[in-house]
Design a protein around this ligand. Structure first.
Ligand code: BES
Ligand code: MN
Ligand code: ZN
Length: 478
């Protein structure tokens, strides 16, 4: 559950305060003793990210907005909001008040966003529940519209949902259970959900998804979600496809223990991103037609597991020589991409924890992006990336990379050479769609092994804020 956030017009004297201002002289608007104000001013002069004054147990925390680059300015405010939320949690406060002493609504919202995203915890499996947690923020900010605040709350809730799905271990989240979770969310948020079972997947001829599933004790699913509002701006939908590998052992190409499997419950983070995104779009009733597809299974070794050397007949009709059962994500995504052909998407977007190479290339500070969509679509996505600070590093997508996927005996093989693995993986996927295509590899950003400001250790929910903002821009484009 996310904390409760709402607007109020009254300042409560006794509450802990999270203050945002552009000019320190505005501290005069707060009812503070002179020495307390002086103490805060000194900290702001030293450019402390968050100035803190403890007034006999009451915390007054102040962030002064930095000048300069807009994207970074917003991010620094989010980080300050996170710092404040952590201080509140440390002090075991359940409630506090945000006070804005400046008139840029987006900056005030960023402070709230940083606090909300930073306050996330995942303690479902702890028998001793945390005795207190931050539960409520009231926002005193005349410049912020109630609807804008509600949008922020809705999107943050969907980020929480995505994080919960990623953090939930495979012992508690099988492919079928992921389908059930999507169905519940669909009911709550108002989008439609259909889940294809193994029989239906067989009837569709999804040889990639079925091959990866062969070592599993549990059946696969294909989750089909749709938000189709009256008056949508687009004639053809935007189709989102998320990798839903609930656990990746590498299959018969077993990952080397120790450590490399520890976080592989995160291998459905692309699915979580797309489920969270369509939920946010539906909650906010964006006038844009969106379809989200999630192929899902775990990837395990076993007597029936698909083996290196096997040839698979894919949903599209292409044949693939499997030369590494750990390159499973592209096999299930390929089937979902070609299943997606029926929608005639204006843009089709994949999000996937697809390659270690993506993480090696740029680390955890951003995801890599590539594809065949027109420049304007990438530009719209980059605007959303700058706004949300879910940054995207474009990769080259030259034809020659695809040459590495030539197979001796089938139409293509599922691995390229030792270099640029994130790009050859993208090239593999691009063979399975004819639509304008964008691929986002979130292997570096989906799951962190230590906290980074408001991105917690574990699942980050990356993709939800980014794609919601992308679709919001698309909805506004006509
Ligand atoms: N799920 C992994 C990629 C991954 C690695 C995600 C680390 C998050 C963190 C993917 O299925 C995988 O195993 N990819 C292989 C591909 C290789 C066999 C071509 C990889 O990156 O090593
Ligand atoms: Mn793998
Ligand atoms: Zn994987």
């Amino acid at each position: 559950m996310m904390l409760q956030i709402g607007k109020t017009s009254r300042t409560a004297g006794a509450k802990d305060l999270l203050v945002i201002l552009s000019d320190p002289s505005l501290l005069r608007n707060l009812d503070l003793a002179r020495n307390d104000r002086q103490y805060l001013l000194e900290q702001l002069k030293e450019e402390k990210q968050v100035a803190v004054c403890d007034i006999s147990g009451r915390l007054v925390m102040v962030h002064q907005v930095a000048k300069g680059d807009r994207s970074r300015q917003l991010e620094l405010v989010r980080r300050a909001g996170n710092t404040m939320a952590l201080k509140l949690q440390e002090a075991k406060r359940e409630e506090a008040q945000v006070v804005s002493l400046q008139d840029d609504a987006a900056l005030t919202l960023a402070l709230v966003e940083g606090a909300a995203l930073g306050a996330y915890t995942f303690n479902r499996h702890k028998t001793e529940k945390q005795p207190t947690a931050l539960k409520k923020l009231s926002v005193v900010a005349p410049e912020v519209k109630a609807e804008a605040l509600q949008e922020l709350v809705d999107v943050c809730e969907c980020v929480y949902t995505a994080r919960d799905l990623v953090n939930e271990p495979a012992s508690h989240l099988s492919a079928v259970q992921l389908g059930e979770a999507a169905q519940e969310l669909g009911k709550a948020a108002g989008f439609s959900v259909k889940v294809l079972n193994k029989k239906q997947i067989e009837a569709e001829g999804m040889g990639g998804l079925l091959a990866v599933n062969r070592g599993s004790l549990d059946p696969p699913v294909l989750i089909i979600m749709e938000w189709k509002p009256k008056g949508a701006v687009n004639k053809q939908p935007v189709v989102l496809v998320g990798k839903g590998v609930t656990y990746d052992t590498g299959g018969l190409s077993l990952k080397p223990t120790p450590n490399s499997m520890d976080s592989m419950k995160c291998d459905m983070a692309g699915a979580a991103a797309m489920i969270g995104t369509i939920a946010a779009v539906a909650k906010r009733k964006l006038p844009v037609h969106v379809v989200a597809l999630v192929p899902s299974t775990d990837n395990r070794p076993g007597g029936r597991a698909f083996a290196p050397g096997d040839v698979l007949k894919m949903h599209s009709g292409l044949t693939v020589e499997n030369l590494n059962s750990d390159a499973e994500g592209r096999l299930i995504l390929a089937d979902a991409l070609s299943y997606g052909e029926r929608y005639g998407a204006e843009t089709i977007i994949t999000a996937a924890t697809l390659t270690g190479a993506a993480a090696r290339a740029i680390g955890t500070q951003g995801s890599v992006v590539m594809g065949t969509a027109p420049e304007e679509r990438f530009a719209m996505l980059q605007e959303a990336a700058a706004e949300t600070f879910e940054r995207l590093a474009p990769m080259p997508f030259w034809e020659e990379y695809a040459d590495e996927l030539k197979s001796d005996i089938a139409d293509l093989k599922n691995i390229g050479g030792a270099l640029a693995g994130q790009i050859t993986a993208g090239k593999f996927l691009a063979r399975f769609t004819t639509r304008p295509y964008i691929h986002i590899d979130i292997a570096g950003t989906a799951f962190l092994d230590r906290r980074d400001h408001y991105r917690p250790k574990g699942g980050t929910g990356v993709g939800v804020r980014l794609l919601f903002q992308f679709l919001k821009r698309r909805a506004a484009a006509n």
